[in-house]
Structures are given as structure tokens and as C-alpha cells.
Ligand binder design. Structure first.
Ligand code: HEC
Length: 160
């Protein structure tokens, strides 16, 4: 029996499934788990319309880049993975629209952006190492770190 079910004192409302809810929604909050919070505590940051559009387009490109990097890794194309990461997510990618938009960010958000770019450049190094060592694990860990930096900023900020 799942722990949440065992701890739950109240019976599950019969309409739960209709609302797309799972038992997890009624489980006590697990502080270490990064799930969508019930209360939106993200800081709303105002971006002018054009900057918002450009930023969200850039975000979608980030997600695409992560997928391309994963695909390259799956084919042991380490140099390609490194290049994609450095050029599309890494410190070398810090130019253009995003840099313009960065001036609307509070300092904490800008730092998280920088941390993400930095971790992508670190991944690029690990991917290059993998091409020599043949050991994929450090690169995978570095890629997970990039992903964590995406998640951390999304948990803290939203645009308005
Ligand atoms: C510095 C902060 C920050 C970082 C780092 C960041 N994002 Fe975002 N991202 C945002 C914000 C803010 C939004 C808008 C969220 C909202 O308003 O609800 C967003 C939205 C998105 C969206 C939705 C785009 C849309 O069209 O609505 C995607 C996809 C996304 N991010 C992917 C990523 C990926 C992948 C990474 C990491 C490689 C990443 N982001 C890193 C701040 C960040």
C-alpha cells in the first residue's frame, strides 16, 4: 500500500478522478520534493511585451537544445553534444535577446540565469572528457545539473 494511502485519514472523494487529481495531491507536503506547489509563491517579474515574447521563444529553444543534446549523447556524439551545449545554452550563448531581457530581471533571477549558462558550459567540458574517457556518467550528471538550474528558476520566478 502506498504510504500516502496508509496515512490518509479521510476517504478519497469519488469525484477526484474527474478533476484529474491523484492521491498525491492530498498527501502531506514533502518539503524536499519539487512538485507544483498549491500556492504559487513565484515572484512575478514584469517584462515589456516584446521582451516577454523573445524570452519565452528563447526558453522553448532551450528545451529543444536539451533534447538535441540528449539525442547526441545517445549516439555517443560527444563533440556534438558539447558544441550544442556551449553554443545554445552555455556562456557563449549569452548574447542577443536574452541579454537585452536580462536588464528586466531582479538580481536573483539574473544570477540563476548565469548559473544555468555556467552549468551548460561545464557540461560541454564533461562531454568532451567523455569523448576521451568513454565514461558517460560525469556528463550525464552535469546535464542533470543544467536541468536543475532550469527548474530552480522556474520555481522562483514567473513573467507578467
Ligand atoms: C533565469 C531564470 C530561468 C532559467 C535559468 C530558465 N528559465 Fe525557462 N522560464 C523562465 C520564466 C520566468 C518562464 C515563464 C514562466 C511563467 O511566466 O509562468 C520560463 C518559461 C519556460 C518555458 C515555457 C515557454 C513558453 O512558451 O511558455 C520553457 C519551455 C522553458 N522555460 C524552458 C527552460 C529550459 C529548458 C531551461 C534550462 C535549460 C530554462 N527554461 C531555464 C525562467 C527561466
Amino acid at each position: 500500500m502506498p504510504l500516502a494511502l496508509a496515512q490518509s485519514a479521510t476517504p478519497m472523494p469519488h469525484n477526484m478522478a474527474q478533476h484529474g487529481m491523484t492521491l498525491h495531491d492530498h498527501a502531506p507536503a514533502a518539503p524536499t520534493k519539487q512538485t507544483a506547489p498549491k500556492i504559487d509563491r513565484r515572484t512575478a517579474v514584469h517584462f515589456p511585451d516584446a521582451a516577454k515574447r523573445a524570452t519565452l521563444a528563447e526558453m522553448r529553444a532551450h528545451l529543444q537544445a536539451l533534447g538535441e543534446i540528449q539525442m547526441a549523447l545517445s549516439k555517443s556524439e560527444f563533440e556534438l553534444a558539447a558544441r550544442l551545449a556551449e553554443n545554445k545554452l552555455g556562456l557563449s550563448s549569452m548574447h542577443g535577446d536574452m541579454v537585452d531581457s536580462a536588464r528586466y530581471m531582479p538580481a536573483g533571477m539574473r544570477e540563476m540565469g548565469y548559473a544555468m549558462h555556467q552549468s551548460a558550459s561545464q557540461f560541454a567540458l564533461e562531454a568532451q572528457n567523455a569523448s576521451v574517457s568513454g565514461d558517460l556518467h560525469p556528463a550525464l550528471a552535469a546535464l542533470a545539473k543544467v536541468n536543475q538550474n532550469c527548474v530552480a528558476c522556474h520555481a522562483a520566478y514567473k513573467l507578467k
